[in-house]
Design a protein around this ligand. Structure first.
Ligand code: TRP
Length: 335
C-alpha cells in the first residue's frame, strides 16, 4: 500500500507561542521524522492575506515561523516544507475549483457566517467590510490539500469544517470531470493539549494572553510569573486541575514529574516556587532551539534556501497534478 500523505498549513500571521508549540509544532516535528508516512508542511502565506493587510507583518511572520520550525528540528530531508506562494499551481487550482465549488457551500462556512452575524448585529449590510478572500478561504484551503492528494489533515477543531468542504469539493470535481483527487480527512488529536494563556482563557493571539515561544530567557521568566493564579498562601493545598500553571507543567513534564507536582500542589507548594520550577522545565526544553532560532533569524538566506528546495520538491507533485486537472476541464494545447 502507498504511504499515507499527511498535510498541514500554518497561516503566517503572528509569532509562534507555547500554545502553537504544544498543539501543532511539536507533534508535527515528530511526524516529520516518521518514515512510515509522507508529511507536507507549508507556510500558508496566501491565507495570511485574508486576515492581515500589513505587508511587514506577513513577511516577518513567515520568517519567524519558518525559523521556528527549522530550529526545533523539522526533518526537511524526509518531510516537505515549502511556502504556499512558491507553488503557482495552488492558485491556479483555486480558480478551477472556484468554478465547481458550490456557492451555497461557502455560505455555510463558520468564519464567513460569524463575520456576517457581527454585521447584522451592528445593523450593517451583511457583507460590510468582507472580502472575497474571506469568502473563498475554504476553496484556497481545498486547493492546498487536493493539490498533493493528501489523506490526513491534522488540524484544530475550528478547521474541521474546512477539510470537510475540501472533501466535498473533491467529490464534486471527481464526479463532474475525472477521478483526479483523493478525498481528504481531518485528523483531530484529542490528546494534544489546548493550552491556556496567562489569563486562564485559551492561549490565543486574539486574547493577547500568549507566551511567545522564543522570547529571551528573561522575558520567558517574566511571562511565566505573570500567569494568573489564586490567592492561596504557601502551605495551603491547591487544586492542580483548575490551574493554568499546572496545565502548562503537564504539557512539558514527564508522567512521573506530573504526578510529583500533583503531590506538591496537595502539600501546598507556593505559587512562586511552582512558577520557578515551570520556568526551568520549559526553558530546559527550549534553550538549545532558541539559540538555533536566533542564528536562523540572522541568516534569512539559509531559511530561504531551505524553503526553495522544499518548493522544488513540492512542484514535482503539483506540476503533473495541475496538468491532469487542466486536461480534465478542457484547458489544454490544441493539436
Ligand atoms: N486555515 C488553516 C488555519 O488557519 C491553515 C491552513 C491553510 C491549512 N491551508 C491549509 C491547514 C491546508 C490544513 C490544510 O489554521
Amino acid at each position: 500500500m502507498a504511504k499515507q500523505r499527511v498535510l498541514t498549513g500554518i497561516t503566517t500571521t503572528g509569532t509562534p507561542h507555547l500554545g502553537n508549540y504544544v498543539g501543532a509544532i511539536r507533534p508535527s516535528i515528530a511526524a516529520s521524522r516518521d518514515h512510515s508516512m509522507d508529511s507536507f508542511f507549508f507556510l500558508a502565506d496566501y491565507h495570511a492575506l485574508i486576515k492581515c493587510q500589513d505587508p511587514q507583518l506577513v513577511r516577518q511572520s513567515s520568517k519567524e515561523i519558518a525559523a521556528t520550525w527549522l530550529a526545533l528540528g523539522l526533518d526537511t530531508d524526509n518531510a516537505l516544507f515549502y511556502r504556499q506562494s512558491d507553488i503557482p499551481e495552488i492558485t491556479e487550482l483555486t480558480w478551477i475549483l472556484c468554478c465547481s465549488a458550490a456557492k451555497g457551500l461557502m455560505n455555510r462556512a463558520h468564519a464567513y457566517k460569524a463575520a456576517v452575524q457581527v454585521n447584522e448585529e451592528a445593523g450593517e449590510d451583511p457583507d460590510f467590510g468582507l472580502t472575497m478572500g474571506l469568502f473563498s478561504y475554504p476553496v484556497l484551503m481545498a486547493a492546498d490539500i487536493l493539490m498533493f492528494n493528501a489523506h490526513q489533515i491534522p488540524v484544530g477543531r475550528d478547521q474541521v469544517q474546512h477539510v470537510e468542504m475540501a472533501r466535498d469539493i473533491a467529490q464534486r470535481f471527481n464526479h463532474n470531470f475525472a477521478d483526479v483527487f483523493t478525498l481528504p480527512q481531518a485528523a483531530v488529536d484529542d490528546n494534544v493539549a489546548v493550552l491556556q494563556g496567562t489569563d486562564g482563557r485559551k492561549m490565543s493571539k486574539s486574547y493577547n494572553n500568549t507566551i511567545p515561544l522564543f522570547q529571551t530567557e528573561k522575558q520567558l521568566r517574566k511571562s511565566i510569573n505573570k500567569i494568573k493564579t489564586n490567592l492561596l498562601e504557601p502551605g495551603e493545598p491547591k487544586d492542580p486541575d483548575g490551574s493554568t500553571v499546572f496545565q502548562l507543567w503537564s504539557a512539558f513534564a514527564s508522567r512521573v514529574e506530573i504526578e510529583r507536582m500533583r503531590g506538591e500542589f496537595e502539600n501546598g507548594i507556593a505559587w512562586g516556587e511552582v512558577k520557578k520550577q515551570l520556568f526551568e522545565l520549559v526553558n530546559g526544553e527550549l534553550a538549545d532551539a532558541r539559540e538555533r532560532y536566533n542564528e536562523l533569524m540572522d541568516d534569512p538566506g539559509h531559511v530561504e534556501s531551505v524553503l526553495l528546495r522544499g518548493a522544488e520538491r513540492a512542484r514535482e507533485y503539483s506540476v503533473p497534478l495541475i496538468g491532469k486537472v487542466r486536461d480534465a476541464v478542457g484547458i489544454s494545447r490544441m493539436g
